[in-house]
Design a protein around this ligand. Structure first.
Ligand SMILES: *Cc1c(COP(=O)(O)O)cnc(C)c1O
Length: 430
């Protein structure tokens, strides 16, 4: 594969950006080769600057549930664009997107738009603290909530460990307000509440954890979070930046039929433009400025061009059978690869939730906590990733990342990609 133009751009980028990139996971540090510079995308395909073509399962890390350059999204963006890009004043575009969401989502009554998933989580946690007048937040090992200071913490060993930041630049005093426990561990949860009976503002969880493999939880565990929060007057935050509008219009809240207190959104909500949001009941949202004392603002919040993109995308998600079709297509691909792996006794399998899937280099029946992922198996992913790229299939450059199927992936595209993936597994294991 000729990648010399990407290589030249990357060399130049190394002079401009730390590590040559504007977000670390783009840097190909855990796979072979160097980042490819993408020229364009259309449907389920992307092309790099050297003209190599790929079937894309990264889909910008999740936002592009309709695929690249969807005509309806593009047209809506252009219509909004013709009237200007930003006013710092309300526009009808914000109302329209909010109305579409609130009318079709039973789990929130009011929403506030921001410009990224990180901002949504940061604001949602501030709201929880402001509404409860408490400080501490429980999070789970392996759940990612954006690069919010006090949530960039991982667990030490043992139960209910106080956070030690996993990033320089985050004071210990911030991290100490975060309690990190393993997923799927009710004892650790109970212990954390016992140790801090009146100081847990919120429990934050990715109800469908998809940033460290796909660590599918039992519904009963999520119910247990709901119950514990009720019993302790703490708020339950579902971080649905990935799962929102992905596993169904109502996201994980709808899928599991569990009412969280606050939901955070990002990715799909913006149709490929920078949008995040958080929502809750009217009562909880009344704490937000200017109605209440919790301050939260944004120069480009509810940007009209971004709102137009989000509305165009979500209106298609609302069409009959949209999510069923997406899930069925994904299941066919996943089943085919899983059967192939099983027949050949390869130590790999795909876990799936709706149109999300993850390559687990393991034979374990379930993987529900970050510690159950065997780090040394990621060497398989490196070889696998290289083969896929060289044969026209693009997945995120880390074995901890999930893949996304979009509406634009046809049965024929998935058939083609499935063959490449099976051959890649053969190349890895034989
Ligand atoms: C991507 C993601 C975020 C951060 O969103 P950004 O738009 O990258 O800031 C937060 N939470 C979850 C669950 C995510 O997947």
């Amino acid at each position: 594969m000729d990648t010399h133009q990407s290589a030249n751009l990357y060399t130049e980028a190394l002079d401009y950006f730390p590590g040559g990139v504007n977000s670390p996971v783009r840097a190909f540090r855990s796979v072979f080769g160097q980042p490819l510079f993408i020229e364009k995308g259309d449907g389920c395909r992307i092309w790099d600057v050297d003209g190599n073509e790929f079937i894309d399962f990264c889909c910008s890390w999740g936002p592009l549930i309709l695929g690249h350059n969807h005509p309806h999204v593009r047209e809506n963006i252009l219509t909004a664009l013709e009237k200007g890009t930003s006013f710092g004043a309300p526009t009808k575009y914000g109302n329209d997107l909010a109305a579409m969401i609130l009318k079709n989502h039973r789990f929130i009554e009011k929403i506030r738009f921001v410009s990224s998933g990180t901002e949504a989580v940061m604001s949602g946690v501030r709201l929880a603290r402001g509404a409860t007048n408490r400080k501490k937040v429980i999070k789970f090992e392996g759940c990612y909530h954006g690069h919010v200071d006090h949530l960039l913490v991982k667990a030490g060993s043992g139960l209910a460990t106080f956070g030690v930041s996993s990033s320089a630049g985050v004071p210990d005093s911030f991290a100490q307000e975060t309690i990190v426990i393993p997923l799927n561990d009710r004892a650790a949860l109970a212990k954390a509440f016992e140790q801090h009976p009146d100081d847990i503002a919120a429990v934050i969880v990715e109800p469908i954890p998809a940033n460290n493999g796909l660590l599918l939880q039992d519904r009963s565990f999520l119910e247990c979070l709901r119950l514990k929060c009720h019993q302790n007057n703490s708020l339950l935050i579902f971080d649905e930046v990935i799962s929102g509008f992905r596993v169904g219009f109502e996201g994980a809240a709808g899928y599991y039929d569990i009412q969280p207190d606050i939901i955070t959104f990002g990715k799909i909500i913006g149709g490929g433009m920078p949008v995040g949001a958080y929502g809750a009941s009217k009562e909880i949202m009344s704490h937000i400025a200017p109605d209440g004392p919790v301050y939260q603002a944004g120069t480009l919040s509810a940007n009209p061009v971004a709102m137009a993109a989000g509305a165009a995308q979500l209106s298609i998600c609302l069409q009959d059978g949209f999510y069923e079709q997406l899930e069925n297509k994904t299941r066919s691909l996943v089943d085919r690869i899983n059967q192939f792996a099983k027949q050949n006794d390869y130590p790999v399998q795909l876990f799936q939730m709706a149109s999300i899937f993850w390559f687990a280099f393991s034979k374990a029946e379930r993987i529900q906590a970050a510690s159950e992922i065997e780090a040394e198996k990621m060497s398989f992913f490196k070889t696998f990733h290289k083969y896929l790229l060289e044969n026209g299939v693009y997945v995120g450059p880390s074995g901890y990342e999930v893949c996304f199927v979009s509406q634009a992936h046809t049965e024929a595209d998935l058939e083609q990609a499935g063959t490449v993936i099976c051959n890649a597994l053969k190349a890895v294991f034989e």
